[in-house]
Ligand binder design. Structure first.
Ligand SMILES: [Zn+2]
Length: 270
C-alpha cells in the first residue's frame, strides 16, 4: 500500500467513527457520543462517591423524605433502560447552595439550599426532571466527546483512569457538577434548553403540574439575586428560559392530565 492509500484508509476510518458515533437526543437533535454508555456511567458513579466523601449529608428528615418521594416518582417515568440495575441513589446534602444534579449511573443529589427556590412538590419535580433529562439525553457523553474531539487539553486518558486530582476535577466539570468544585465546563445552552423540555415532560408524566416550572424559575432568580449560584451561572437567562417553557406547556399539559387520569397523583407532603 502506498502512502496515499494509507492516508485515505485512515481518513475513512475516522469519518466512519464519527458517523457511527452520532446519536439522536429525545428531541431529535443529533449529537456526538464517542464513549460507551457503561464507561460514562462508571464516571458518574465515581463522581458521586467523591461528592459524598466531601459533602455532609442532610440531617433534615422532612427534606430527605420529600426529595426521595419526588425523585422516585419522576424516575418511575424514565425509559426502561434507566430503571434496571437497581434503584436510583437519591441523597440530600447539608449545603446552602441552590442546586441539584443527576449523574449517569442512577444518581441524584439535592442541596438543602434548593428549598429556597422550590416551594412545593411540583417545583421540586421541575428541578429533578431537568437534571434527570441531562442524563437521559446523554449530555455528559456529548460533553466529554466534544471536548475529546476538540482536543481542548483535557487529559481524557487520565480522567477515564480516575487518576490525579486535576483529572478528577476535569471529570466533575465534564459531568456538569464542576461549578461546585471550581472547574466550570457548563452544559451548553442547547443542552440546557433540551433538558428543560424533556424534564417538563417527565414531571408531567409523573403527575406533577408542569405549569409550576414558571414560578420555580422566577424563584430561582429571586433566591439568587445577590450571589449568582452555581445552578444559575451555568444555565440560560431567566426570561428566555421561561418563554421557552411556556411555549412547551400545550404539549406537557395533556401528559399531566393523562397521568392524573391514570391515578398518578403523587403526594409527597410538600
Ligand atoms: Zn441543566
Amino acid at each position: 500500500m502506498n502512502l496515499r492509500r494509507v492516508l485515505v484508509s485512515i481518513t475513512a476510518f475516522f469519518v466512519g467513527l464519527i458517523i457511527a458515533s452520532c446519536s439522536t437526543t429525545p428531541t431529535g437533535r443529533s449529537q456526538l457520543t464517542l464513549f460507551p454508555e457503561a464507561e460514562v456511567e462508571s464516571m458518574g458513579v465515581q463522581a458521586f462517591s467523591k461528592i459524598k466523601a466531601e459533602t455532609p449529608l442532610s440531617r433534615d428528615p422532612d427534606a430527605i423524605r420529600i426529595v426521595r418521594c419526588v425523585s422516585f416518582a419522576v424516575v418511575d417515568q424514565l425509559p426502561a433502560e434507566y430503571r434496571v440495575g437497581g434503584p436510583w441513589e437519591v441523597l440530600v446534602f447539608d449545603d446552602t447552595a441552590v442546586n441539584a444534579f443527576a449523574l449517569p449511573g442512577r444518581k441524584i443529589g439535592v442541596y438543602e439550599g434548593l428549598f429556597r427556590a422550590a416551594r412545593n412538590q411540583d417545583q421540586l419535580a421541575a428541578v429533578i426532571g431537568h437534571e434527570v433529562a441531562h442524563v437521559i439525553a446523554h449530555h455528559a457523553n456529548e460533553r466529554v466527546s466534544t471536548a475529546y474531539a476538540a482536543q481542548t487539553g483535557v487529559n481524557l486518558a487520565q480522567v477515564m483512569a480516575g487518576g490525579s486530582s486535576t483529572a478528577t476535577g476535569q471529570l466533575m466539570g465534564l459531568l456538569g457538577v464542576g461549578a461546585t468544585y471550581g472547574v466550570i465546563l457548563p452544559f451548553n445552552r442547547k443542552q440546557e434548553s433540551e433538558a428543560d423540555i424533556i424534564g417538563m415532560e417527565f414531571m408531567a408524566r409523573a403527575g406533577f403540574d408542569p405549569q409550576q416550572t414558571i414560578p420555580l424559575w422566577e424563584n430561582m432568580g429571586r433566591a439568587n439575586s445577590n450571589a449568582p449560584p452555581e445552578f444559575l451561572s451555568t444555565h440560560p437567562s431567566g426570561d428566555t428560559r421561561i418563554a421557552k417553557l411556556s411555549e412547551h406547556l400545550p404539549v406537557a399539559m395533556p401528559m399531566y392530565e393523562a397521568a392524573r387520569g391514570r391515578g398518578l397523583t403523587p403526594d409527597c407532603g410538600f
